[in-house]
Design a binder for this molecule. Structure first.
Ligand SMILES: O=C(O)CCC(=O)C(=O)O
Ligand SMILES: [Fe+2]
Length: 404
């Protein structure tokens, strides 16, 4: 198809994209979206892949718990998508055809509202943009909307993550926990910790993502870009890979905060344990699904954060767990007796400090630090952590609401 003079194939894309951009990143209106020229000049340091990869088909749930989940060690699980319809169906052209007129969340307004775009316009944008840090689909309500919920039938929650204790809470009350994720080169997620002490799994169906994970005890100040490095994209993955990444790779980086890095490819499932800092950049078009969860292995971390950040939810959830999973009450009791500690040790989580028991703070504290999005719908992109009090994962980028 030939491109219009604005560079897009469809006549309305330019206006739809402009409207979304103005709402999601009004501060770029004057500065411009491609001013830094990253589409031409952005390069990543050469890959240093240091993560363990394990065949998910032959690994037992008990072994996963013992070797990775309990000790909180990141790992890539392979071979889990072989029976997923998504393996074939989550192809950009097929998705665009099937969900052409459906809106997907690709950003968040200053007021926390979702910025949405129809798939057909997003597809046009995806193929034809030169933005420094492009809009990124991070949609946490796809499984609840009539016309997009079939996406949730295209994949299966891997057995390792099936026992999500948040299932026992009323699904309308639980924090956002699953995201359909799609974006072009240079889109990604700023450094963050997922919200509420949850762990996450993130399965890539198409493309390649670069990940850097940094241990929970690393202080916030050293893992985040410095004030003078933030520029116009303070909360974007590209900025981190442009600034902090060099330090992480230098011999001066403290050994105790040694990162785990990798290039995740199609069919690979990343396990991000509770409390780990992580940052992601897409090397080209990627299509993924990610869930955050609470299991018997991280409940001791999730519980105190939920009490603090989502007090009403915690009461409701406690009742349900007492009825249906009484055996986990000992974990809750032990976690409640322990002094409230930050799972990040030195990297205190400012977001969780703003607690009050009213609904709004309840809502907003779901996330910890995901850098991603707040609000109720996005998971993971927060603009600035939890300090904004937003609970989702972080992104517009960070799963907005649910991440730390
Ligand atoms: O795929 C990505 O961009 C990473 C997402 C992420 O870390 C999150 O949603 O918390
Ligand atoms: Fe995350």
């Amino acid at each position: 198809m030939s491109l219009g003079k604005d560079g897009y194939s469809l006549p309305r894309t330019y206006r739809r994209v402009s409207r979304a951009k103005d709402k999601a990143r009004p501060e770029l209106r004057k500065f411009g979206w491609d001013t830094l020229g990253y589409a031409e000049n952005f390069t990543l340091l050469p890959l240093k892949d240091t993560i363990a990869r394990v065949d998910g088909k032959s690994l037992s749930v008990d072994d996963f718990r013992r070797d990775y989940e309990r000790p909180r060690i990141p790992v890539i699980l392979t071979g889990l998508t072989e029976d997923w319809p998504a393996k074939e169906k989550w192809d950009i052209n097929r998705l665009t055809k099937k969900y052409r007129n459906q809106n997907f969340k690709c950003g968040e307004g200053d007021d926390g509202s979702s910025v949405r775009m129809k798939m057909k316009y997003y597809h046009d944008y995806l193929l034809n943009n030169n933005d420094d840090s492009p809009l990124y689909i991070f949609d946490s309500s796809f499984a609840e909307r009539r016309k997009t919920k079939k996406l949730s039938e295209d994949y299966q929650v891997p057995k390792f993550f099936e026992d999500d204790l948040f299932h026992y809470a009323d699904h309308r009350k639980r924090p956002p926990h699953r995201w359909f994720v799609m974006g072009p080169a240079r889109s990604g997620t700023a450094i963050h910790i997922d919200p509420l002490g949850t762990s996450a799994w993130n399965t890539l169906l198409f493309g390649y993502k670069r990940w850097v994970l940094i241990p929970p005890n690393a202080p916030r100040d050293i893992v985040k870009p410095m004030a003078h490095e933030k520029g116009k994209h303070p909360d974007e993955g590209v900025t981190w890979f442009h600034t902090v990444y060099k330090r992480v790779r230098s011999p001066a980086w403290p050994k105790e905060y040694a990162p785990i890095e990798c290039r995740q490819g199609p069919g690979e499932t990343m396990f991000v344990p509770s409390g780990w800092w992580h940052v992601v950049i897409n090397e080209g078009l990627t299509i993924a699904v990610t869930h955050n969860y609470c299991s018997v292995e991280n409940l001791h971390l999730v519980w105190p954060k939920t009490v603090k950040g989502r007090p009403k939810l915690s009461k409701h959830w406690f009742k349900r767990l007492a009825e249906q999973r009484p055996e986990v009450l000992d974990i809750i009791k032990a976690a409640s007796d322990a002094p409230l500690y930050n799972i990040n040790d030195s990297s205190s989580d400012s977001s969780s400090s703003s607690s009050s028991s009213d609904d709004s703070s309840d809502e907003s504290e779901l996330e910890d630090d995901r850098g991603g999005r707040c609000g109720t719908g996005s998971r993971k992109r927060q603009t600035d952590e939890k300090s904004t009090g937003c609970p989702e994962k972080m992104h517009h980028s960070l799963h907005s609401n649910f991440m730390v």
